[in-house]
Ligand binder design. Structure first.
Ligand SMILES: CC(C)(COP(=O)(O)OP(=O)(O)OC[C@H]1O[C@@H](n2cnc3c(N)ncnc32)[C@H](O)[C@@H]1OP(=O)(O)O)[C@@H](O)C(=O)NCCC(=O)NCCS
Length: 318
């Protein structure tokens, strides 16, 4: 009964997402036409070959499990593979089919996939007020790892949309280069408590936006750093996508020595970049323990739309 998602089911998936994740949907505002194109591109033959190859090599990128009833999917769960944890998302069961154990079965399948891929943990984020889901995860042995804020900032879009480069950048700012990565990873890692780093260490590749990923997701990204004394001390990266009304801001990295006024200019650069591309708002998911990042977001006009809890457990069979 549990099987992999098929790309021909993207319209049904879109419908289920709208019904089951109303808070996220209101925040991100997905656009159905572009969404279908993105799903088709993710499942295009050449991407499928790559995903299949990685799985055959024991290095799966993600698994997308569904429950089918009478020819329609009624429940879903995705597990993607971070370095140490299977990260579970999109856990949902269509209303008429709830209470039959489908979510529990899908969670078990996701855990098994993580264990088989030699991940030590499974982890997920859940809205802090989602009592049924938290009850499900607790009953499966999940424990608290950290609190995360889903921050949002409305934008007054620039009309007409004008994506020409904004020049010059404020003093001290410049576009991100991959040679900045190690210094920024060191700063960001210092802000992550050891308990969190054990399960979800910083993904160093997350700093480099990928041209091919941008193509697949119909998105465009911009990343900048604040440089002091020849070294990067803060980083900010934004993405806009045809598939969503909202732009995404990666959790900003803010070093101990970074000048707050210049950090504000760094964040403003990203905000303006998104506004000029017609985004309605910017959404940013940031762990609340990253105090300097949270303070910078608040100064830049972001506020918490929702609180999330990251939960985790061992991927080994209990
Ligand atoms: C959360 C959700 C997936 C549960 O689906 P479900 O079909 O009811 O799940 P199951 O039948 O497998 O239930 C498993 C356990 O979840 C818990 N649970 C489910 N619904 C619950 C509720 N309304 N109140 C309290 N506990 C609940 C129970 O512990 C249950 O075990 P039990 O039946 O032995 O008591 C479903 O409510 C849903 O799709 N919600 C909307 C999307 C969502 O919020 N997903 C979570 C994102 S992080």
């Amino acid at each position: 009964m549990i099987r992999e998602f098929r790309p021909s089911e993207s319209a049904r998936l879109f419908e289920l997402l709208k019904e089951n994740f109303p808070e996220e949907e209101a925040l991100y505002g997905s656009r159905p036409g572009a969404w279908n194109r993105v799903v088709r591109r993710i499942y295009r033959w050449d991407v499928r070959v790559l995903v299949g190859l990685m799985r055959a090599l024991g290095r799966p990128i993600f698994r997308f499990f569904t429950v089918e009833m009478d020819g329609r999917i009624v429940a879903t769960t995705i597990v993607s593979f971070t370095p140490r944890a299977g990260y579970i998302s999109m856990v949902m069961v269509d209303k008429p089919f709830r209470g039959r154990g489908y979510a529990r079965a899908l969670m078990e399948r996701a855990r098994e996939a993580a264990e088989r891929a030699h991940r030590r943990y499974v982890a997920l984020d859940v809205l802090a007020d989602n009592a049924p889901a938290i009850a499900l995860y607790r009953s499966l042995g999940y424990e608290d790892l950290r609190e995360v804020g889903l921050f949002s900032r409305p934008l007054a879009p620039v009309v007409p949309v004008d994506a020409t480069p904004v020049l010059p950048l404020p003093p001290g700012l410049r576009p991100y280069r991959s040679s900045d990565r190690e210094a920024l990873v060191a700063i960001a890692s210092r802000a992550i408590p050891a308990t969190v780093a054990e399960v979800l260490p910083l993904n160093r590749r997350a700093l480099d936006s990928s041209y091919s990923l941008d193509r697949i997701l119909s998105s465009e990204s911009g990343s900048w750093v604040l440089e002091q004394d020849g070294a990067p001390v803060a980083w900010s990266s934004v993405t806009v996508s045809d598939a969503m009304e909202a732009a995404g801001l990666s959790s900003p990295i803010v070093g101990e020595s970074a000048d707050p006024a210049q950090v504000d200019a760094l964040l403003r650069t990203g905000v303006e970049w998104c506004a000029r591309r017609g985004a309605a708002r910017i959404v940013c998911q940031t762990p609340l323990e990253h105090r300097r990042s949270v303070a910078a977001l608040e100064r830049a006009g972001f506020s918490i739309a929702h609180r999330l809890r990251t939960l985790y457990r061992s991927a080994a069979h209990a």
